[in-house]
Write a protein that binds this ligand. Structure first.
Ligand code: B12
Length: 167
C-alpha cells in the first residue's frame, strides 16, 4: 500500500515539476525513475500531463509564450534521457512504412517526434517530413515512398483545415 502511494506521489511530483517549469529537478527525477527501472512510457505520460497543464496556465495568462517554449525544451531533454531505454525495450522488424509530418501552419513537433521514435522502435520505416508541411509536399512524398500509413500531426484548431485539404 505504501509503495502504491509513493509511486503515485512520484508521478504527481514529476507532473508538477514540469508544469512549474522546474527544469533541473524535473530532469533529475526523470533520471531517478529511469534508474529505478520504471516503465519509460509512464514517465513520458507524466511529462505530457505536465505540458498539458503548462498549456492551461498559458490560456489563463499565468504563463506567456516563453513558458510554452521552456516546457517544450524540458520535454525534449526528458525524451533524450528516455530514448535509449524506449528504443531498447520495444523492438520489431519490418512492420511497414509510414509517412509523417506536421501540417501546414503548425510547428508543434514534440508529439510527432515521440510517435516517430516509437514507430521506428517497433520496426516501421518512418519518413518524417518535419513541420509546416504543405499538402502538395505530402502528396509528392506519398507518391515517391508509397507508405502503408500517412500520419498527420497538428495541435492548433486551425490545423484541421490543413489536414482536411491534405487528406
Ligand atoms: C510546447 C508547446 C508549444 C511549443 C512547441 C515546441 C515544439 N517543438 O513542438 C511552441 C512554443 C513552439 C508553441 C507555439 C505555439 N503554440 Co503551443 N503548445 C505547446 C504545449 C504546451 C505542449 C504541446 C506538446 O508538445 N505536448 C506533448 C506531446 C508529447 O503531446 P502531443 O503533442 O499531444 O502529442 C501526443 C498526441 O497528440 C499524439 N500525436 C501527436 N501527433 C501525432 C501524429 C500521429 C500520426 C499520431 C498517431 C499521434 C500523434 O501522440 C503524441 C504522443 O503522446 C501545448 C499545450 C497542450 N495542451 O498540448 C500548447 C498549445 C498546443 N499551443 C497553443 C498555441 C496557441 C500556440 C501558439 C499559437 C502560441 C503563439 N501565440 O504563438 C504557437 C503556434 C506556433 C505554430 N504556428 O505552430 C495552444 C493551441 C490552441 C488551439 N486550440 O489552437 C495550446 C493547446 C496551448 C493552449 N492551451 O493554449 N507551442
Amino acid at each position: 500500500m505504501n509503495e502504491i502511494i509513493s509511486d503515485q506521489d512520484k508521478r504527481a511530483k514529476l507532473v508538477k515539476l514540469v508544469a512549474d517549469l522546474n527544469e533541473t529537478e524535473a530532469l533529475a527525477l526523470v533520471e531517478t525513475r529511469i534508474h529505478a527501472g520504471e516503465d519509460p512510457l509512464a514517465v513520458v505520460e507524466d511529462c505530457q500531463e505536465g505540458l498539458r497543464q503548462v498549456g492551461e496556465r498559458y490560456e489563463q495568462r499565468v504563463y506567456y509564450l516563453s513558458g510554452l517554449i521552456m516546457a517544450g525544451e524540458i520535454f525534449r531533454e526528458a525524451l533524450e534521457l528516455l530514448r535509449p531505454i524506449i528504443e531498447s525495450r520495444f523492438s520489431g522488424n519490418d512492420t511497414g512504412t509510414i509517412l509523417l509530418g506536421t501540417v501546414r501552419g503548425d510547428i508543434h513537433d514534440i508529439g510527432k517526434n515521440n510517435i516517430s521514435m516509437l514507430l521506428s522502435s517497433y520496426g516501421f520505416t518512418v519518413h518524417d517530413l518535419g513541420v509546416d508541411v504543405a499538402p502538395i509536399e505530402f502528396l509528392l512524398e506519398a507518391i515517391r515512398v508509397k507508405p502503408d500509413i500517412i500520419g498527420l500531426s497538428g495541435l492548433l484548431t486551425s490545423s484541421f483545415e490543413a489536414m482536411r485539404e491534405t487528406i
